[in-house]
Design a protein around this ligand. Structure first.
Ligand code: PNS
Length: 165
């Protein structure tokens, strides 16, 4: 049986921290589906779901068992339909824990057929998040240490433009 994991997130935009989690997940599972999903708590989006998907595809070309999908519904429904056995999330600090714990419990109530698996981030990615990247770029700061080089230009142009509008 193929062991499928779903790696959900808003990825607005994808960072080196996410990329590290994707590649480690792809070592653990036969197939990894990175799922660009909607976080209802985040009202402002800088990139469209399709742009986020395209950026992830560009930076994961070296991971043959990874694919990217977009889904606007409940994660538990997607996971069940995909036949996945795991939801993989990156855990940075204690501050992530309560929120992630709540989501893991809710997802398990909705669908008990998959386990939420937390991968701890590497120390260099501990402070990294899409919102940190967005703030730095909007003020013209250097984000080259935080996002993959292939998409650096695209992200910088968009975020600077967004700030100016
Ligand atoms: O990267 P994020 O924004 O922390 O990811 C959160 C995300 C998108 C994974 C979460 O909001 C989610 O699962 N959204 C899909 C809708 C859903 O199932 N919500 C209930 C989760 S308990």
């Amino acid at each position: 049986m193929e062991r499928i994991a779903v790696c959900p997130g808003s990825f607005d935009p994808v960072t080196l921290g996410h990329l590290d989690i994707f590649s480690r997940a792809s070592n653990l599972f036969d197939r990894v589906i990175v799922l660009v999903s909607k976080n209802m708590m985040k009202s402002h989006e800088s990139f469209t779901p399709q742009e986020r998907k395209d950026m992830i595809l560009r930076v994961t070309k070296n991971l043959p068992n990874l694919e990217v999908d977009i889904f606007g519904g409940l994660l538990a429904d997607y996971v069940k339909d995909a036949g996945a056995i795991a939801i993989v999330k990156g855990l940075r600090a204690v501050s992530d824990f309560e929120y992630e714990f709540q989501m893991a419990l809710a997802n398990r109530k909705l669908y008990a057929g998959a386990e939420t698996v937390f991968l701890t981030t590497t120390t260099e990615n501990m402070y990294l998040s899409s919102s940190v990247v967005k703030q730095i770029a909007a003020f013209g700061g250097d984000i080259s240490h935080f996002v993959p080089p292939e998409i650096l230009d695209f992200i910088e142009k968009r975020l600077v433009k967004e700030r100016q509008s």
